[in-house]
Write a protein that binds this ligand. Sequence first.
Ligand SMILES: Cc1ncc(C[n+]2csc(CCOP(=O)(O)OP(=O)(O)O)c2C)c(N)n1
Ligand SMILES: [Mg+2]
Length: 317
Amino acid sequence: MTDTETRLYRTMARIRHFELAASRLMASGKLAGSLHVSIGQEAVAAGVCDTLRTSDYITTTHRGHGHCIAKGGGLEPMMAELFGREGGYCGGRSGSMHIADPRAGILGANAIVGAGIPIALGGAFAAMRRGDHGVAVAFFGEGAVAQGVFHESLNLAALWRLPVVFVCENNLYAELTPVGVHLAAERVADLASAYRIPASQVDGNDALAVRAEAAKAVQRARDGDGPTLLECMTYRWHGHFEGDPQRYRDAEEVQRWKDADPLVKLAAAAPDRADAFARVEAEAEREVAEAVEAAQRAPEPPPSSVLADVYAAEGVR
Ligand SMILES: Cc1ncc(C[n+]2csc(CCOP(=O)(O)OP(=O)(O)O)c2C)c(N)n1
Ligand SMILES: [Mg+2]
């Protein structure tokens, strides 16, 4: 069993290299659809998921590769899905934004802003009914906080003391809109008190700090003490989507956040682990390269499969 720091660094390196590869592939025209990467935000996924069991649940968003990787999603089926290949998590029919793996507790990425939050409540409710001390985590951006479903979910989770942790990745923008324009509250964490839910705000680029706060929240949930909200302050280095011209922010702001790179931050906090970090980073890069190769070799889904898994297909046949 590796130490916490090396585990966190490994997870962040796997996310970073997966998304760097995906970004390059998208730029070179090898991937279809749209792609939202979380480069710069890796510490949130790594820190939170390090406190979870395989049987715990997560739900995520359109920017969900990191959460899926941190929760135990496979690089190969994820990459194959991005390529639209048969071996992908959804048989190549969904692309980046609907990756799910129930065996790893990944109840799904979700292209609808806020829509993953109530699904996590369902996971938490199921765990509560089973009595197995399972926990569900809902990852969402600060853009989801203005959606009614966020408030409905906090209300119900508090009333039913559901074992759920709400993790808001506040990366200061929703699409092209800065948070000060789309959210009346100054801190997302402040909204939780209206529902009598404990909350805290944490440096979302500090994997150890995220892990420490998440560990407390997850333990509360496991102990039957109900939900917690965690607001993680972070930043995406890339545009909202790959290809975004980013006219809404300036280069200095992006650079300031690049200087707060979560991987560099963890490396600085654990200088004695430098060799281990270099080893796991090289391994991550290799694993991603292998996943890309495997995905490219994988077959395309046959045209005859086009109606598979389509619920309303009867009348079409
Ligand atoms: C219900 C809904 N409204 C609008 C959109 C279009 N949309 C896609 S991503 C996004 C912004 C999301 O911002 P945030 O939740 O902060 O996540 P981030 O992209 O910053 O990770 C919007 C408005 C959508 N997908 N779903
Ligand atoms: Mg955002």
